[in-house]
Every structure is written in C-alpha cells, then in structure tokens.
Write a protein that binds this ligand. Structure first.
Ligand SMILES: Cc1cc2nc3c(=O)[nH]c(=O)nc-3n(C[C@H](O)[C@H](O)[C@H](O)COP(=O)(O)OP(=O)(O)OC[C@H]3O[C@@H](n4cnc5c(N)ncnc54)[C@H](O)[C@@H]3O)c2cc1C
Length: 202
C-alpha cells in the first residue's frame, strides 16, 4: 500500500469510546464509514497489524461474481456504485479475468472440491455465459508470459485494489485507528455474549 494512504497509527488508547471496531480491513472500515454516514457516530478501530493488515491487504482484488448468485451480483454492484459515487481511486479495471491452465506441471491434474462445498458438483449453479478460450499465443500476448497453455476469459469480471478502498473508507469515516493493537478475550471472564463486552488490548 502506498505510504501516503496509510494513516499514522496511534498508540495511546482512549479510556472510553462509543464504538470500538476490531479489525481495520474492508469490514471494519466499512462499518466505521456507515456508522458515521448513517448515524453520525465516530469510532475507534483497533488492529493487531494496521490498516489492511489482513486479507484486505493481500488478496487478488477480483470482482468476479457468479452470475447465478443474486447476492454476489448485488454486492459487486453496490461496491462499484459506491466507488464511483465517492470517487475512490482504487485501480479499478473492467478488462475481465482469466482462469489459467499452466503448461506444466499441472497438466492433467484433477482437482476435487471437498464434500459439501457449495461450489462443488456439476457446475449447474454456475452459468457464466460466453467464456472465450484463449490459446497459448493469446495467453502470451495478454499476460507477457509463455507459462500458460490455455485460458478461459470471463468478460464480466473486474479488478481493483481493496486496500485503497479500505483506506478511503477509514479516512471518510473520521475513525481513529490504533495499531499495532492485538485484542484478546481474557480467560475466565464472561466476556462473550453476556453483559458488557470486555476486551484487552496489548
Ligand atoms: C489470498 C487471498 C486472496 C483473496 N482474493 C480475493 C479476490 O480476488 N476477490 C475477493 O472478493 N475476495 C478475495 N479474498 C477475500 C477478501 O480479501 C476478504 O473477504 C476480505 O478482505 C475480508 O475483509 P475483512 O475486513 O473481513 O477481513 P481482513 O481484511 O482480514 O481484516 C481483519 C483485520 O482484523 C485484524 N485482527 C484480526 N484479529 C485481531 C485481533 N485479535 N486483534 C486486533 N486485530 C485483529 C487483522 O489484523 C486484520 O487487519 C481473498 C483473500 C485472501 C486471503
């Protein structure tokens, strides 16, 4: 993540806060943003590592919804409209995505989904429509690599940089991020579910 997008971490925790959010990934930053936007509440965010220190900072950035999933399509549409409405610079591209087949050593290898995996089965729940197949030459032209024998192109997919969206959400939320600040639930305390939540920040 570019340094200028990372807010300086604070270390002196406040004694009290209205809302404490654990985790400064997309979920935590979006929660802080919407608490501010909808209810005018400002939050404190604590994170063991820092902004986008977890999955948000290290994922593929694919926006690749299953066309048969209303939830996935609606979520992606919501995110895209949000990025556009807020003018968030996050390297968004609309060039589709490719599923790659390596020349070697994966040729001929069959992968098996675990039993009960909703994505397993005969693929009837995934109708991706037209998915052109690229040959080795087309792969090389698109990917600047000759490692791939074939690829399937999914036109509807997009790519973005989630950590930049998290940084924009954090900035717009006005929340204060404290990091590094690992949170634990002390043993022997009725800290989960009942009564006042109790956490310890090291
Ligand atoms: C390798 C990889 C590739 C992925 N590729 C894609 C993709 O292409 N497209 C897609 O849509 N999704 C992808 N995902 C999933 C996506 O990244 C996650 O769904 C999303 O980032 C989750 O955001 P989050 O805020 O819920 O969690 P995170 O980003 O993991 O945030 C959780 C935060 O909580 C902090 N934390 C955890 N425990 C504590 C604690 N005890 N105390 C304090 N802080 C704590 C962590 O440091 C972290 O910053 C990928 C995930 C991975 C790992």
């Amino acid at each position: 993540m570019p340094r200028e997008l990372v807010p300086p971490p604070c270390t002196a925790l406040p004694a009290k806060a209205d809302v404490v959010i654990i985790g400064a990934g997309l979920t935590g930053c979006a929660t802080a943003f919407w608490l501010q936007r909808l209810y005018g509440r400002s939050s404190v965010i604590v994170d063991a590592r820092g902004l986008a220190g977890g999955a948000t900072g290290r994922n593929g950035g694919h926006l690749w919804p299953n066309p048969k999933s209303d939830f996935e399509r609606a979520t992606v549409e919501e995110l895209l409209s949000f990025i556009e409405a807020e003018g968030i610079e996050c390297d968004l591209t609309h060039d589709g995505a490719v599923a790659l087949e390596r020349r070697a050593p994966e040729e001929g290898v069959e992968y098996h989904d675990a039993p009960g995996d909703p994505e397993a089965g005969d693929g009837e729940d995934e109708d991706w429509g037209e998915t052109p197949v690229l040959d080795a030459a087309a792969c090389a032209a698109r990917l600047q690599s000759d490692a791939f024998a074939e690829a399937t192109l999914y036109d509807g997919a997009r790519q973005f940089y989630p950590a930049k969206v998290a940084a924009a959400l954090l900035r717009a939320s006005g929340a204060t991020l404290y990091a590094p600040c690992p949170v634990s639930y002390p043993k022997g305390r009725a800290s989960r579910g009942a009564g006042r939540p109790y956490i310890r920040c090291a």
